[in-house]
Design a protein around this ligand. Structure first.
Ligand code: ZN
Length: 681
């Protein structure tokens, strides 16, 4: 393969290299030369050069508005996970093994005849407890028993009135603390209850009808009246919830309450009874994310009748377990949550629901099966080696910054040294040996799995904080940055071709996954991460002068992006995409430095007609490819902090090595004068 470069010398090098190398070395799978459009000159439009053939030959699936690498990987990984779980179910493994637990969890969820035969009897025990509530102490004790750990820092509405997230404190990095979050709403968020617009008011009416229908299925006599009462209680709960805008402000969430503060700040709940039945009677300290919700909910416990609360609890008990209850209940739920709320008519897919439920209950067990098949230890070792190069490269870049003051640099370097980056799968897996999964008992399995995960999380409260704690299941295509603690995790599901190929070409790995990981690393140090220190404690560690110089340095990037117009009447807002664009350039520069480091002084080889430098930048541009409808593009430009893929790919314009690799001339359209190129990090 010979590329149409202006520089004749380069073409000659390629031509001879191809004839020698192509015979001896097969092109690694993660060098996607077949996606290149050779009719486009790299220096004029690098994105369409790298992706033109892919963009032209790929169609957006029916019913969707975008199609990109993430969508491809998500579909492929879902299929792999589905196969793994179904294989586990078919294997009839020995009781107690993780394949038995995974397989039987799935098979029991799929056994709708067994679920149908039991009707609502699995709920009878808990329904009897609710019926026996005669005073506010018993009510408080029951509510405590529902305190669950299904929430995390990203949840705005726990499934029960409160949710707990066990995580490191915002001020003390040595201990886990009890983060208490608002919850208890059946509609998605606070606005669903408070928005007076006719459209949302109509949804509330549909929700009320849904509550009545569920209660009727459960045999409640006064279902219509009770539904009106439950909706009115939820509206008053919603009025006490913190608005979504507060959810982005960590300083508003960092409210430390001692155990004794609850009775003073939030009278109404019998807090002794609540925390005792929640299993945390001795917990001395809490971080209350939304104090207004805790105070307000507690006041409603005092002011509202026991009977109203019991109706509310019966309805939510059914809702919580709806996935493992008879079809009539599930169909009613789908009619509201699927059709009414989303405006679409989802096609029921029990198999998909069963996979999701199994993943939710036994995430790391499924993850272990996934990595055993698709992400072996050598994949992890290779990803770790790349991360080590990225960290070394970023350390040098921080040391060389001109806008950051020396004392701030010291803090940044300390933070980089403390940053824990997990790749692929955890070093220590969750031990599921005490979780009993019983064939044919879908309800019991869900209940036991919830109890298991709750105990697992609450047990952390007595252990030292582990900054290396694994934050995302390996089989999910994704990454998690957590500032508290100072950690980032990249799953095995994400670290696969085309992003990362453990048996493939290093230049492409560094240009694709490497640039992505380095992008995220930079967020721990930029305006997202600069309010969390090396140990993840809250506190701004930049000086006002650092901030001013950073913004001054970024001004040229705003100008660069303001000049991008994908459609004549649609231009990018440079300020809106600034922080992500800074991270893209940082990721690219750092990954390139890391790639050079990885060569350890050896020279770059030619593979598939491309030098390592060329493959590095090609993989970077291919990372961002996406086909989308014009409506989706307009929506992205209007609301997203990430610019469209073409302009993310154009980060190469700021990197000297790209000009050399592709012999970009001053007359090429993407050429930027050296003084107009931007490197913040
Ligand atoms: Zn980002």
């Amino acid at each position: 393969m010979i590329l149409a470069y202006r520089n004749t010398a380069l073409v000659v090098i390629f031509a001879s290299a191809v004839s020698i190398v192509a015979a001896a070395v097969p092109v690694p799978e993660n060098v996607y030369t077949q996606d290149i459009d050779h009719s486009v000159k790299p220096g004029d439009d690098f994105y369409h050069y790298a992706n033109g053939t892919w963009l032209k030959t790929t169609t957006i699936p029916a019913g969707q508005s975008t199609f990109d690498t993430r969508a491809v990987l998500t579909a492929k990984t879902s299929q792999r996970v589905r196969d793994l779980i179904q294989d586990a179910a078919a294997s009839k493994s020995v009781k107690g093994r993780i394949t038995q637990k995974v397989g039987d969890y799935y098979a029991s969820f799929m056994d709708q005849d067994a679920i149908e035969a039991k009707g609502l009897t699995p709920l009878a025990g808990e329904m009897a407890i609710i019926s026996a509530i005669t005073d506010k102490s018993l009510l408080s004790a029951y509510l405590g028993s529902t305190l669950n750990t299904e929430v995390d820092g990203l949840t705005a509405n726990a499934d029960h009135i409160f949710g707990v997230w066990v995580n490191q404190s915002f001020t003390d990095s040595d201990h886990y603390v009890f983060h208490l979050l608002q919850g208890g709403l059946g509609m998605p968020d606070r606005d669903s209850y408070l928005d007076p617009s006719p459209k949302v008011a109509a949804l509330r009416a549909q929700y009320q009808a849904h509550i009545a229908a569920i209660l009727k299925l459960a045999g409640a006599a006064e279902s219509a009246n009770n539904a009106a009462g439950i909706l009115s209680l939820e509206i008053r709960l919603a009025q006490t919830h913190a608005p979504d805008s507060d959810a982005a402000d960590v300083f508003k969430q960092n409210n430390s309450w001692k155990r004794a503060d609850f009775a003073i700040n939030a009278p109404g709940m019998d807090w002794d009874a609540y925390f005792k039945s929640a299993g945390v009677a001795g917990q001395p300290e809490f971080i209350v994310w939304q104090p207004s919700a805790v105070t307000g909910t507690s006041a409603l416990i005092a002011s509202e009748s026991i009977d109203l609360w019991k109706d509310y609890l019966r309805f939510h008990l059914i809702e919580h377990y709806v996935s493992v209850l008879p079809k009539a209940v599930a169909a009613e739920d789908a009619a509201f949550y699927g059709t009414a709320l989303s405006g679409t008519k989802p096609v029921p897919d029990r198999g998909k629901d069963a996979i999701a439920a199994t993943n939710a209950a036994l995430g790391q067990a499924v993850g272990k099966l996934y990595t055993q098949r698709y992400f072996p230890p050598e994949a992890k070792a290779r990803a770790q080696a790349m991360v080590a190069d990225l960290i070394t490269a970023y350390r040098t870049r921080i040391s060389n910054l001109t806008w950051m003051s020396p004392p701030t640099k010291e803090k940044a370097l300390a933070k980089l040294d403390a940053l824990k980056i997990g790749v692929g799968y955890p070093d220590t897996w969750i031990d599921y040996s005490t979780l009993d999964v019983v064939h044919g008992d879908a309800f019991g399995n869900m209940r036991r799995a919830e109890a298991f995960n709750r105990l697992l999380n609450l047990a952390k409260l007595t252990q030292p904080a582990d900054p290396g704690e694994w934050k995302i299941d390996p089989q999910i295509v994704g990454a998690v940055i957590v500032f508290t603690p100072n950690t980032e995790t990249f799953s095995a599901g994400l670290l696969q071709p085309p992003y990362f190929d453990f048996a493939g070409d290093a230049a492409s790995n560094y240009g694709s996954a490497g640039a992505g990981i380095a992008h995220e690393i930079s967020h721990s140090f930029d305006e997202l991460g600069n309010i969390y220190d090396a140990q993840g404690r809250l506190g701004l560690w930049w000086t006002p002068d650092d901030l001013a110089k950073y913004h001054a340095a970024a001004a040229k990037l705003v100008t660069q992006f303001d000049g991008y117009c994908p459609i004549p009447d649609l231009c990018i807002n440079g300020k809106q995409v600034l922080s992500e664009s800074i991270a893209d350039v940082a990721g690219l520069l750092t990954a390139h430095d890391a790639y050079v480091l990885s060569l350890k002084g050896k020279s770059d080889v030619v593979v598939g007609g491309l030098t390592g430098e060329q493959r590095f930048f090609l993989a970077f541009a291919q990372r961002w490819r996406r086909n989308q409808t014009e409506a989706a593009l307009r929506q992205q430009v209007a609301t997203d902090h990430h610019p469209p893929g073409q302009y993310r790919s154009d980060a190469v314009r700021n990197v000297e090595a790209w000009y050399k690799a592709y012999d970009v001339a001053t007359s090429d359209k993407l050429y930027l004068k050296p003084e107009d190129r931007v490197a913040i990090w």
